[in-house]
Ligand binder design. Sequence first.
Ligand SMILES: *[C@@H]1O[C@H](CO)[C@@H](O)[C@H](O)[C@H]1NC(C)=O
Ligand SMILES: *[C@@H]1O[C@H](CO)[C@@H](O)[C@H](O)[C@H]1NC(C)=O
Ligand SMILES: *[C@@H]1O[C@H](CO)[C@@H](O)[C@H](O)[C@H]1NC(C)=O
Ligand SMILES: *[C@@H]1O[C@H](CO)[C@@H](O)[C@H](O)[C@H]1NC(C)=O
Length: 232
Amino acid sequence: TPNNSSITLLSLTFSIFFMNCSHSDDGSSPQILLLHPFVYFGRSYSQIYVNHNGHLTFEAPWSSYVPQRFPMNGTRDIIAPFWTDLNNAVNGDIYYAQFTSGHLLQQVTQDINEYFPYLKFSAKWIFMATWYGVAYFSNPGSQTTFQAVLTTDGKDSFVLMNYGNLDPTSRSIQAGYDTINSTEYFILPGSFSSNATGNNSVFSHNSNINVPGRWVFRVTHGSAGMTRLSDS
Ligand SMILES: *[C@@H]1O[C@H](CO)[C@@H](O)[C@H](O)[C@H]1NC(C)=O
Ligand SMILES: *[C@@H]1O[C@H](CO)[C@@H](O)[C@H](O)[C@H]1NC(C)=O
Ligand SMILES: *[C@@H]1O[C@H](CO)[C@@H](O)[C@H](O)[C@H]1NC(C)=O
Ligand SMILES: *[C@@H]1O[C@H](CO)[C@@H](O)[C@H](O)[C@H]1NC(C)=O
């Protein structure tokens, strides 16, 4: 049964619109062409990949199941709501969908305006990827549920990370985001700690916008020269 924090997940009831990733260990979605370009710290992308091990990449699929600590100083932009070794070949489903109209856009618009009241944001597009009840590798029956939502109004870009039930595991988990050369990155508190998952999960119980289980980031521009947001 879902715990309280799973109510922060955006709806799965429009399942007719959702694509289901293959049930394959370390797999990825095919290239997904975006219905609206998404600007991620100044770089505009028109495609994305949903990687089964809990991350999204833009240039190419990525099978990596060993979470690396941010900042990676690497060569890719990555959004990682829950980077660890998952296996949706044994149980769980990974869905994705994008919308340019409808009530989910209204909901995201309302939410972003609540968290960033000075911006007058109006979502033109959202992309959602949901890992639903997915097993940890070599731990069949375990279930972990989380979601990443990307949205833009054509000017501003945001990433929302939503956490539902996260079964306890001793595996390392990196949650957050990173960029090429790590000019921008964020590490969710609890990453690489025993409090990432389970009943005391920091991801599920804490927030940077005062909604337990939800983390929201404005990812439009780089902020070179400004204080970096990171683990505190
Ligand atoms: C990335 O660079 C930072 C700052 O120079 C450094 O502290 C960190 O260890 C580097 N990370 C990796 C994975 O090389
Ligand atoms: C990343 O760093 C490398 C080496 O310093 C540099 O050549 C490259 O242009 C940088 N890439 C971006 C996108 O900043
Ligand atoms: C994990 O949670 C416990 C109980 O809330 C807390 O005492 C402890 O400091 C936390 N540890 C880390 C590494 O966050
Ligand atoms: C976690 O919470 C569930 C439901 O409240 C409870 O049944 C279970 O014993 C708890 N597990 C731990 C390790 O505390």
